[in-house]
Write a protein that binds this ligand. Sequence first.
Ligand code: PLP
Length: 443
Amino acid sequence: MSRVFHRHSNKLPPIGTKGGGVYLYDADGKAYFDGSGGAAVSCLGHGDPDIINAIKQQLDSMAFAHTGFLGSQPAEDLADLLVDHAPDGLEHVYFVSGGSEAVEAALKLARQYFLEIGQPERSKIIARRQSYHGNTLGALAVGGNAWRREPFAPLLMNVSHIAPCYEYRDRRADETSSDYGQRVANELEQEILRLGTDQVMAFVAEPVVGATMGAVPAVEGYFKRIREICDTYGVLLILDEVMCGMGRTGTLFAAEQDGVSPDICTIAKGLGAGYQPIGATLCSVEIFDAIKTGSGFFQHGHTYVGHPTACAAGLAVVQKLTQGGIVDQVSAKGKQLRDLLHQEFGQHPNVGDIRGRGLFVGLEFVADRDSKAVIDPSHKFNARLKTAAFEAGLICYPMGGTIDGKNGDHVLLAPPFISEDHHLEEVVSKLSIAVSKVTADLG
Ligand code: PLP
């Protein structure tokens, strides 16, 4: 009996023994195409020698030093490189060990900023329904995913949730995309007015929603209107790029394509590409300076903040992403994947939507394409799809979102950026085997 427990106490996964390129292998030698990079983590695939060597070199020189005593060159270099590519105004970087920690740091940074500038009444946070920002208590409170929040609701701080930007389901027939985007963005203004214009500290959103909705980008103009509203009321804009960042959507930072710069941005997953656990919280000069010229001390910290070996891995990853031209190919590869999915599933009676940006792609499943009715939750569609895909040798990321109080189903695909044409074909053909198997049982 295994003494390790992961998510399911009575359903243990096989032991993984090897990774190479786009594949992972279990102890029986079975190969799995890593079609979602786990959860959009393994952007460079497995066994990359450059990343491994960078980690080995750092281990040989200095595996760890506590940042209370010593900094490290990889952290300095990685911060410089990230800032070079970050949206305008983001100029300082705080390294943590993952996405939830990056979100926690973002929230505390926002709160401390307002204390430093003499606006202590600002403490309220607005986020969006059907969102996920991590599993620690602060991040879970910000997330609007009812299913994940429910058991822990009594422990969570109060956060307001407005509508996500979800064109496939929520745009009215008499609205253009742009009108729709402005309407849902304006919910932010209404909520700020309701809570009190001097009370709200931050609005938190993912530029492209991953886990809870399956690669849903906002419509054009939505985030520009959000930025405008935040500026009008002095509210900080926190963009969570933990899943959609680091080149996944075709640019190193996803917000670039929405034409906005946040005040704070969180990244993780693709930053370490799975080779080391690392996340980061980037912030604007204004926020950094308020702390620097104020108390001079960000009242936060974990033991592994700025971990040198994790930063060495992150540095090698971001160098590879930005200097090797890899990110430049992501948009074209993503389009090719979506084209293949349209060919395979475009007419499928249970596939309602095929969407995404770059190699961050989602399919939404429905009981009926015309009415967009969700599949009855009793079918446990997404759980069964995950199993069927795994049996077919495909790791993908099926999930259920809450749609009108019911569980809808989608699958997220986030293959490594090193995937070639035949790899993308393999993802689609394996997914097709799984979808056929699971939809056959729908009746
Ligand atoms: N934010 C977003 C948008 C995420 O998708 C996730 C994880 O899926 C997190 C935060 C939490 O990251 P982690 O699981 O590394 O703590």
